[in-house]
Design a binder for this molecule. Structure first.
Ligand code: ZN
Length: 502
């Protein structure tokens, strides 16, 4: 379609976004199927379909029509609504970036990531880093190259960071992590010398079918509408969204661990509430979905830690825990449960790390990614560097790669520069809580009754509803003012000082 008049450009804008969101929907469903229901050796055909779909979306994104449309819209920027202006801006960014990536590289990368996912899963299960290493090498090479396409003016790792958190850079993150390290490392040391918490009862036998019921209950307490949010089981829990009426979360059940799935469900539930809370005017547009990984993690970790690991929340759900697991919980009371789920101990697995040591797990990945992309670390040396950093930051020995550098799926999916968002998201939460309490007064009496409606409504009005309309840095500032990591370190210091009677 020719795009010469503003009327044509606006029509094209709508059509283009609807078409792209339909392809993204299809690709998303394929990915969801690959990780949930598809049999293990079915990747070949799916790989072919993915290849064709990514060729089509690449063509759509880089078509001269889009360039023409953007030019007309940009020339008439004053006539655009704020939403249209932001849509054009997001499409322009994607266009310029994708245009710089040669088509064959773009397609090859998508195919590589699809294959790497299956290889990683097998490598993790068999503790075989060597089989995954050639894929990781290719992924690193692609990312280094893509960084130059994304933003040739930036250092490569900064360009990758910006893909997940617009405006972020290593300078800011180095300072942020240094601040965390200076407060958290001594605090963790103090906790380790205090009397230890017994959490053994959390690792008794918890049948999967009862844990599934527990997940249903938790989703109900969180106010998640099951007509619009599904749950499935995968190796690594995640959330995916197609629009604000179709969101899916996944979890992983371990029979000898009650809390692993419990907090995955609450965490992914937080991501899902963000997506479900978006204003529907953003559906089928480039502004649908959460605005950045950092803001997304601020929501998931708000529910997981600030709410889910609070005394008030435990008070609300403990009767149900007792009812579902009467034998396992026979000798456990509410206080014991609250203390156990907050036990802080340097450990190996990021997704199961406690709230206090969590950011240090992220720091390890940040340092390794920075070096891989910067070219100062080779893939074959990742396991050794991983072990060295875990020893330095957390004081733990890494026994094997399955519990070391193979534990997360991110790199196999091509995501480099993503991990820091987890720590940023964690740090955003306490500042949001402070603002929420200023606006709403005491929220904890509600939480203790299992009523999260005021909490969720506040987050919905301040954050969720805007989807990707407002840039992450601006959104945070609009809600909380200047970001200050001190809210986070103060929150952790206060919580753990009380918990461990320091
Ligand atoms: Zn998350």
């Amino acid at each position: 379609m020719k795009c010469e008049t503003m009327e044509q450009a606006l029509q094209k804008l709508q059509e283009y976004q609807q078409t792209m969101s339909a392809y993204n929907h299809a690709i998303g469903v394929l990915y969801l199927d690959a990780t949930t229901a598809a049999p293990s050796d079915s990747w070949e055909g799916r790989g072919k379909t993915m290849e064709i779909l990514s060729k089509i979306t690449y063509k759509l994104q880089t078509s001269p029509d889009v360039a023409e449309m953007l030019e007309v819209l940009e020339k008439n920027a004053d006539a655009l609504t704020a939403v249209q202006k932001r849509q054009a801006e997001v499409i322009r960014k994607g266009y310029d970036q994708t245009f710089r990536i040669p088509a064959e590289e773009y397609v090859a990368y998508n195919v590589l990531c699809n294959d790497a996912g299956a290889v990683w899963e097998k490598a993790k299960n068999e503790n075989d880093f060597a089989s995954f290493a050639p894929y990781l090498e290719k992924i690193v090479r692609f990312n280094r190259k893509f960084a130059g396409y994304y933003n040739p003016q930036m250092a490569p790792y900064d360009a990758l960071l910006n893909e997940y958190e617009e405006g972020m850079n290593t300078q800011t993150l180095d300072a942020f992590f240094a601040q965390l390290r200076s407060i958290l490392v001594p605090l963790i040391a103090k906790v380790q010398t205090a009397e230890q918490i017994d959490d053994g009862f959390l690792y008794r036998h918890y049948p999967v079918e009862v844990q599934r019921k527990f997940s249903d209950y938790l989703m109900e307490v969180m106010g998640m509408d099951r007509k619009h949010c599904g749950i499935a089981e995968t190796e690594h829990p995640f959330t995916t969204n197609f629009n604000n009426k179709d969101v899916r979360i996944t979890t992983h059940y371990h029979e000898d661990n009650l809390v692993s799935s419990m907090f995955s469900v609450i965490h992914e539930g937080g991501h899902a509430l963000y997506e479900l809370g978006a204003d529907e005017k953003y559906n089928y547009t480039v502004l649908s979905g959460g605005v950045s990984m950092g803001i997304h993690e601020s929501q998931s970790r708000f529910y997981e830690n600030i709410i889910g690991r609070s005394e008030a929340f435990v008070h609300a759900i403990f009767p149900k825990v007792k009812e579902l697991f009467p034998k396992q919980m026979a000798d456990v009371d509410e206080t014991m449960f609250y203390r156990a789920i907050n036990k802080a101990e340097p450990s190996l697995i990021r997704t199961e790390a406690d709230e206090l040591t969590y950011a240090l797990h992220v720091m390890v990945r940040y340092e390794i990614e920075k070096q891989l992309i910067g070219g100062t670390l080779e893939v074959k040396d990742v396991p050794a560097e991983w072990a060295r950093l875990y020893k330095e930051y957390l004081g733990v020995d890494v026994p094997d790669d399955a519990r070391g550098c193979l534990q997360d799926s991110h790199w196999s999916g091509g995501m480099m520069g993503y991990f820091p968002s987890y720590a940023l998201g964690s740090a955003y939460g306490p500042q949001m809580l402070s603002k929420m309490e200023e606006d709403l007064g005491d929220i904890w009496a509600d939480v203790a009754k299992g009523d999260l409606s005021r909490v969720t409504l506040w987050l919905k009005e301040k954050i969720h509803t805007h989807a990707s309309f407002i840039k992450p840095g601006e959104l945070f500032k609009q809600v909380c003012g200047e970001f200050d990591a001190k809210f986070y370190t103060d929150y952790l210091t206060e919580k753990y000082t009380k918990l461990y009677h320091l």
